[in-house]
Design a protein around this ligand. Structure first.
Ligand SMILES: Cc1cc2nc3c(=O)[nH]c(=O)nc-3n(C[C@H](O)[C@H](O)[C@H](O)COP(=O)(O)O)c2cc1C
Length: 196
């Protein structure tokens, strides 16, 4: 069975830097035999978590009382073998849409009312490539922002082990094209996801 790789675009800009990079990794995965799907978070209704913690009372994925697109998105993600998670840096961390999505993945946690700390960490069953972008140079932003840590948290909550990261620094808002080096990187990352 070919691997199914799902790309999640947390950016607000279709055809922007993150969309371009996520799409390029998906294309490379497809060239290596994978079936690919792309989710634009902005195209789905995702409500803010209300901190009710109802979903945290069971060890597996807990039910969320909010009725929106989240359950269907998580079904689609659970069925995948690998993920590409992409989000831009806004104010030193992932953008609000990605953070909103991340908070809703709390349904995979387990923290019963009577306990003082969360009880369970999900064992990864899939692989992930994490992509972020910033106006600042990549090295500096990697050091000074929390974006990659947030994407790692997202991968963990979705049951995925990161097998590669890509940081697109000093992005040009008018030109979302990848450099030759970045094109080589996305090809390698896509291949890794398709066969891992
Ligand atoms: C509201 C806002 C906040 C931003 N904050 C930062 C920041 O803290 N550091 C940084 O390097 N770039 C920052 N940027 C630049 C974005 O990271 C950049 O526009 C983004 O990576 C482009 O991705 P996209 O093409 O997918 O939209 C910010 C941009 C906006 C609009």
């Amino acid at each position: 069975m070919p691997h199914t790789v799902v790309g999640i675009v947390g950016s607000y800009r279709k055809h922007g830097t993150i969309d371009t990079a996520v799409s390029a990794v998906l294309k490379a995965a497809a060239e290596n035999g994978a079936t690919t799907q792309k989710i634009y978070l902005q195209d789905h209704t995702i409500e803010f978590c209300t901190n009710c913690r109802h979903c945290l009372q069971v060890p597996d994925r807990g039910e969320c009382p909010l009725k929106d697109d989240m359950a269907a998105l998580l079904d689609q993600i659970e069925a995948a073998d690998a993920l590409v998670l992409g989000a831009p840096v806004n104010f030193g961390n992932v953008n609000a849409l990605t953070r909103k999505f991340l908070e809703r993945t709390v349904c995979y946690g387990y923290w019963p009312w009577e306990t003082k700390a969360p009880g369970m960490d999900r064992k990864p069953t899939k692989t992930a490539v994490l992509i972020t972008s910033s106006a600042a140079p990549g090295l500096l932003a990697r050091w000074l922002t929390g974006a990659m840590k947030a994407l790692k948290d997202l991968a963990r909550m979705l049951g995925a082990k990161p097998i590669g990261t890509l940081w697109l620094g000093m992005i040009d808002p008018k030109d979302s094209g990848l450099s030759q080096r970045q094109q080589r990187q996305v090809k390698q990352l896509g291949r890794k996801l398709a066969i891992a």
